[in-house]
Design a protein around this ligand. Structure first.
Ligand code: NAD
Length: 509
């Protein structure tokens, strides 16, 4: 570990990895990485551009077209992924801390992220190792042998966001490698550090040169070039709707495969019967708090829309607001802190704008709605914002329709099951949603009617690497995780072998 840290320090702003070499940006440009807790720079990375991107794509292309990785037996690929998981466990503390400083989350959240990253590598290792190499198809004749096999897609471009930097990267890197692809990844320009560290671990685990490449830099140059690049076969993007749409448009020109994991506006539906016992009430409130405010609401599946049955609204919202005010905000590395800052000044300004618009449109502020008082754990220069509960919200409000990506919870109410379902589905997104009820029949009925890629019953936020993750509607195209998350990185090939060839005589002459 000590050696690797030294290497990283010496490497400084040479954070572009192409063809096995760590490089500075060809333009010499660099970017300071800020700690969101105090807005001070704590490291510097290369600010790559289109030229650096072309270099990395060329390396990935060579490694795919002439390299050994696409032809490495599946057992070898699975073994490498398992080694990466072991290295992640070894470096858990360092990587968790790095994620905390980079993205502003608490160190404990950072550690949990790294555990989930290791899980993703293990899951895809097991999935490919346990698979049949292909599927024999009945061609209707004993003289034909017909088989469908999977092959890697080729060079994959991966573009990732800042909220779960390494976790989102791992949902792409692990299946892409398991399937035998090579790749170029572009992490968010504001949180690239753990993705850079992952490249180190892949090299240490023995991945052949040129298979894993990274270009640090902005979306409008590096990301845009990856999406349009003629030598890229697939682009997998996680991020916002606006950038995702641009990626899909750019990718269409070269007809590359596209996977999009976009935003969400996720309903958390609470029926009164879930709150009949004290324990039920406490659990539903506690989880509503978690749904909306973990990582300051900067979660694609954040339960930012509470849809609660009218008869329990007042009690529920009062308790929620009471507890939200007690959330301990501060620098993610400080002991006792429960929630970190927002990731950037821009993200906080966006949150403030949504709250202002909601209040102007008639929402009632139950708590938050402002920056907290500075404290030793919470420097004034940090991007902190108080957990905010907005009551009496409705569909016409921008804050209810659009993704805030900050610590803001809106409250809407319903009287009937049909009304609850209609409200929960009344969004252009469709990433995730939850239903809280003590009635098992209602739970299944409502879950069946929700148009969202993940539905939780009496829970919020858990996901499983073996279950597909992705969205309906404008939450995206394709799926990550699960068997479908591996299939994204594969082409199917039908090999039809005639065992007794003879002329067909379609043409008489
Ligand atoms: P973003 O769209 O601003 O940026 C995401 C990535 O795209 C970054 O690496 C960025 O540099 C790059 N990018 C920006 N413009 C680009 C362009 N024109 N071409 C190519 N790349 C470009 O998103 P963000 O602010 O980093 O992340 C927050 C968003 O991500 C939210 O909308 C959130 O819901 C979404 N998200 C979705 C999931 C999911 O699983 N569905 C998971 C995490 C985050």
């Amino acid at each position: 570990m000590a050696n690797r840290t030294e290497t990283r320090t010496e490497r400084a702003h040479r954070t572009i990895h192409a063809g096995g070499e760590w490089l500075a940006a060809s333009s010499g440009a660099t970017r300071e990485i800020l700690d969101p807790a105090d807005a001070l720079p704590f490291t510097v990375v290369a600010e790559g551009d289109e030229k650096d991107t072309d270099l990395a794509v060329a390396a990935a292309r060579r490694a795919f077209d002439a390299g050994e990785w696409p032809h490495t037996p599946v057992a070898g690929r699975a073994a490498l992924l398992r080694r990466v998981a072991e290295l992640l466990v070894r470096d858990r503390e360092e990587l968790g801390l790095l994620e905390s400083r980079d993205a502003g989350k608490t160190v404990e959240e950072g550690r949990v992220d790294i555990d989930c990253v290791a899980d993703a590598f293990r899951y895809f290792a097991d999935l490919v190792a346990g698979e049949a190499p292909g599927r024999v198809v009945d061609a209707g004749s004993p003289e034909v042998h017909s088989v469908v096999v999977h092959e890697p897609v080729g060079v994959c471009a991966m573009i990732t966001p800042w909220n779960y930097p390494l976790l989102q990267a791992s949902w792409k890197v692990a299946p892409a490698l398991a399937a035998g692809n090579t790749f170029v990844i572009k992490p968010s320009e504001i949180t690239p550090l753990t993705t850079i560290a992952l490249i180190d671990l892949l090299v240490e685990a023995g991945l052949p040169t040129g298979v894993a490449n990274i270009v640090t830099g902005p979306g409008h140059t590096v990301g845009a070039r990856l999406a349009e690049h003629p030598d890229v076969d697939l682009v997998s993007f996680t991020g916002g709707l606006t950038s995702g749409t641009k990626v899909a448009q750019a990718a269409a020109v070269t007809v590359k495969k596209v996977a999009l994991e976009l935003g969400g506006k996720n309903p958390n539906v609470v029926f009164a019967d879930a709150c009949e016992t004290e324990e039920g009430f406490d659990t539903a409130v506690d989880q509503a708090l978690n749904a909306a405010f973990i990582h300051s609401g900067q979660v694609c599946s954040a339960g930012g829309r509470l849809i609660v049955e009218e008869s329990v609204r007042e009690r529920f919202v009062a308790e929620l607001a009471r507890r939200a005010q007690k959330i301990r905000l501060g620098r993610g590395t400080e002991d006792g802190v429960e929630c970190g800052p927002l990731v950037s000044a821009q993200q906080r300004a966006k949150t403030e704008d949504y709250v202002a618009s909601a209040l102007a449109e008639g929402a009632e502020l139950r708590c938050g709605g402002k920056r907290p008082e500075p404290s030793p754990q919470r420097p004034e220069s940090g991007y902190f914002y108080e957990p905010t509960v907005l009551d009496h919200c409705h569909r016409e409000m921008r804050v209810v329709r659009e993704e805030v990506f900050g610590p803001v919870l809106t409250v809407e109410t319903f009287r009937t099951e049909d009304e609850a379902v209609a409200l929960a589905n009344d969004t252009e997104y469709g990433l995730a949603g939850a239903v809280w009820t003590a009635d098992a029949g209602r739970a299944r009925r409502v879950a069946g009617r929700l148009r969202h890629g993940t539905v939780w019953i009496n829970d919020f936020h858990p996901y499983l690497p073996q279950a597909e993750w992705g969205g309906f509607g404008k939450s995206g195209v394709g799926r990550e995780l699960g068997p479908a998350g591996l299939a994204e990185y594969r082409e199917s090939k039908h090999v039809y072998q005639n065992l007794a060839p003879k002329p067909v005589r379609w043409f008489a002459g």
